[in-house]
Ligand binder design. Structure first.
Ligand SMILES: [Zn+2]
Length: 503
């Protein structure tokens, strides 16, 4: 007599994280549903399959042997976009029947979708959690981003042979699909996964991401202020939405706002655990092709920058009622129509600079000179752009406020005078200056042709080619931005002011 196989179980507990962002996300999903303790692998698998499979809307036929008739069934498939990763299809036995004299091969029952773990008998060390247990070779359905371990090697535990996982990690890997946020943009698709301590992650999912998650659309579940085909702009679009809910929210409870505030370090008490955001971008065809994977671990510092901007926009009287919306408009503007496409590369680079605490001004300059100024009716930058740029440079690069004012004032005169004399070429010459000598030659030329005076502070070049402690090229870039913006402001029709004057 054969002995019945013992039920294989897995044990979930809140104090056994793996440290891997994907598997930990899945563990949180499983712990929320099953709770701590031992659970049969087949129960967990069957629940996960139920969550991830959905009717496709199509119907299929099978041959029912018992009645000798052809019957219809509702086809199912893995819910989008998990179907880009879970390539296991439904299976059933087939038979050949004669229909109207023609032979046809039909299923003998509706196909069953079954994921199998195929665990080894002998225990070995799991690549993700390090525990000794029977293992299985990781397939993409357990770990979507095991697509190119060579290229993205640093994110995997140093193995070229592919991952080998224990049952708990493999199941959590499948559950991870229920914990991500995604955003589709044409054939690009972005995935976002937050990572923290398991308990904090649970509360983040339950109280914050749950209520904010968008449901039912083909464009995604991630709430974003804006998105595009690039990773950084879309990540920033998501963070802006998340940050906005700390101050006030019509979707989150007060406790949830409090939790979010504490995770982002916006309260007096130190954050309970580090919070990291992983962003993955790729293109989707039949399968997913990963193009980039980035980790953002300074969300608390970023939130402080956001807070300072919101306060700055209010204090300067630029936008008192809805400073968040103004900030969104400021970042959204860095796009331009190019042929059939809305090109957003400048927005992506500016978002990259902010997310990495680098200098965004070269990309703002590039946008103004290469995109905006070449439009049919070029507009100046959204009011507040220059102000938040200066605030950022002051806080992140320690730029002197007094010097910023001198530069802004001079840049404004330069742009206004250039506009009055139709000398846009001078601004391009300034923008294209390659070294300090070049820069001063252009300024000299401008002084002569536009009859303006260059402030002393700009003329003093110091050791290391710095001006007032700032690398000369940043001074040049900021002057170009101020000047071109003033030029475009004078250029653009100003209906509001005209109306006031007429009244
Ligand atoms: Zn494991």
């Amino acid at each position: 007599m054969k002995r019945a196989p013992t039920t294989v179980t897995v044990r979930f507990s809140w104090d056994r994280p793996t440290g891997n962002f994907w598997v930990d996300t899945g563990l949180v999903v499983l712990l929320r549903h099953f709770g701590e303790g031992e659970h049969p692998v087949k129960d967990v698998l069957s629940w996960l399959q139920g969550q991830l499979l959905q009717p496709s809307g199509n119907r299929g036929q099978y041959y029912d042997r018992a009645s000798g008739r052809i019957r219809e069934y509702d086809k199912v498939n893995w819910v989008y976009p998990t179907n880009l990763f879970i390539k296991v299809s439904g299976r059933a036995n087939k038979t050949t029947v004669k229909i109207n004299g023609e032979e046809e091969t039909l299923f003998t029952e509706p196909p069953k979708f079954e994921l199998n773990l195929k665990l080894t008998k002998k225990p070995d060390i799991c690549d993700l959690c390090g525990e000794a247990a029977p293992l299985t070779d990781a397939a993409m359905w357990m770990y979507p981003f095991v697509v190119d371990p060579q290229k993205f090697g640093t994110f995997y535990p140093g193995t070229k042979r592919g991952l080998r996982l224990c049952a708990r990690c493999a199941l959590a890997g499948l559950a991870g699909y229920l914990g991500w946020l995604w955003k589709a943009h044409k054939d690009c698709i972005h995935f976002f996964v937050f990572h923290s301590d398991l308990q904090e992650l649970k509360r983040l999912h339950e109280e914050v991401l749950g209520p904010l998650r968008l449901e039912g659309g083909r464009s995604g579940t991630a709430p974003v202020a804006f998105s595009g085909p690039y990773l950084h702009e879309t990540t920033w679009g998501l963070l802006l939405v998340l940050f906005s809910h700390v101050r006030r929210s019509d979707q989150l409870s007060d406790e949830a706002r409090q939790l979010l505030a504490s995770l982002l370090g916006a309260t007096d008490v130190p954050p309970p655990a580090p919070l990291t955001l992983y962003a993955v971008m790729g293109t989707s065809g039949q399968a997913f092709s990963m193009k980039a994977l980035r980790e953002f671990s300074q969300l608390q510092r970023l939130y402080r920058v956001y807070e300072a901007w919101i306060e700055g926009l209010q204090d300067l009287g630029i936008e008192r009622v809805n400073p968040h919306q103004r900030l969104v408009e400021i970042f959204r503007q860095f796009e331009a129509q190019q042929g059939q496409n809305q090109e957003t590369i400048w927005r992506d680079r500016i978002a990259w600079a902010v997310l990495e605490f680098n200098d965004p001004s070269p990309f703002i300059e590039q946008f103004l000179f290469e995109a905006r100024a070449r439009e049919k009716n070029p507009r100046p930058l959204v009011w507040g752009t220059i102000e938040i740029l200066n605030q950022y440079l002051k806080e992140v690069f320690g730029m002197d406020e007094q010097f910023q004012r001198v530069l802004a004032g001079f840049g404004h005169s330069l742009g206004t005078a250039a506009q009055a004399r139709n000398e846009m070429g001078l601004l391009y010459a300034l923008r294209n200056a390659k070294n300090p000598e070049d820069f001063y030659r252009v300024l000299n030329d401008a002084q002569f042709r536009l009859e303006i005076t260059i402030p002393e502070a700009i003329l003093r070049i110091e050791k290391g080619e710095r001006i007032a402690g700032v690398p000369w090229v940043r001074v040049k870039t900021l002057l170009s931005i101020y000047a071109m913006n003033a030029f475009l402001r004078k250029n653009a029709p100003q209906p509001e002011r005209a109306q006031i004057e007429e009244a």
